[in-house]
Design a protein around this ligand. Sequence first.
Ligand code: RUB
Length: 316
Amino acid sequence: MLLNEIAGEIRSMEVRGAGRIARTAAAALRDHATAYEGADVHLFKEYMDEGAATLLATRPTAVSLPNAVRFVMNAKEGAGTVPEAQEAIRKAADLFILSSKHAVEWIGEIGARHISDGDVVLTHCNSEAALACILTAHRQGKDLEVFATEVRPRNQGLLTIRALNDAGVKTNYIVDSAVRSFINDVDLVVTGADAVTANGAVVNKIGTSQIALAAHEARTTMLVAAETYKFAPRTLLGERIEIEERQTDEVLDPAVAATLPNVRVRNPAFDVTPARYVDEIVTEMGAIPPTMAYVIIRDHLGWGIEEFHKNFELDE
Ligand code: RUB
């Protein structure tokens, strides 16, 4: 499939979820590089930069996307010929995809240790990292019950209940606004993340922050399952994560909206949960307090402030 078509699938959410988006983008760059037939390495790099820009413009919030693109694109930097650059990109993309899959497995193993036999777990949206924790605990023979939210307006909860059902996990399906009614029956909340900022705030599907507040009030543990490539280096510079606001027809039928000229429909797809409402972030490097986000960005992603000083010029 052509890179433009793959970008279209990410934009329309046929491919969705931060981890899948990142792996799909890495594969798209690899195939885009392989399809190049010219011999001029400078033209090749321009061609790749255009492809990367197309992918980056698809959805703004999941930081896994720019992190994956940067990882793959950096690989070509030292290459002197087109075949060398193509090979470097292929290797980097395959490495990213494999390590992403391993990261989800590790998160499953580590997250499952937070789940005890008999626990009731609540999850929101459809996160492969969060589901890995729940399904690993289930495979270990723990007796679990799950509450899964519907996730208005795109109903990603349907994907979640299908996966849980197929694995044989006892599951309750609830509307998003029922979370507070059930939170006292819940031992543990587990969600995924689209981004984790340098100060440990978690950006995830809209509604996550309300769930975190309800969990905080009920003294219910809030875990976030997130691979390290969801941590956002540029937030160290004070850059904010852009919250995607999607088209209004996802929320209200345009025919109805047309009869309501004084009503503006809003459709933010993500929200921000401050670090103080998150007990731990389960990464493939271990379960960490959210306040350790800076250490992950500096030591694991290699983006200490020195890196920024090398990359950005200050005005005279
Ligand atoms: C998906 C979403 C998921 C995170 C983590 O939003 O918010 O919780 O992306 O998912 P959307 P994963 O459906 O709008 O893409 O753990 O699978 O990376």
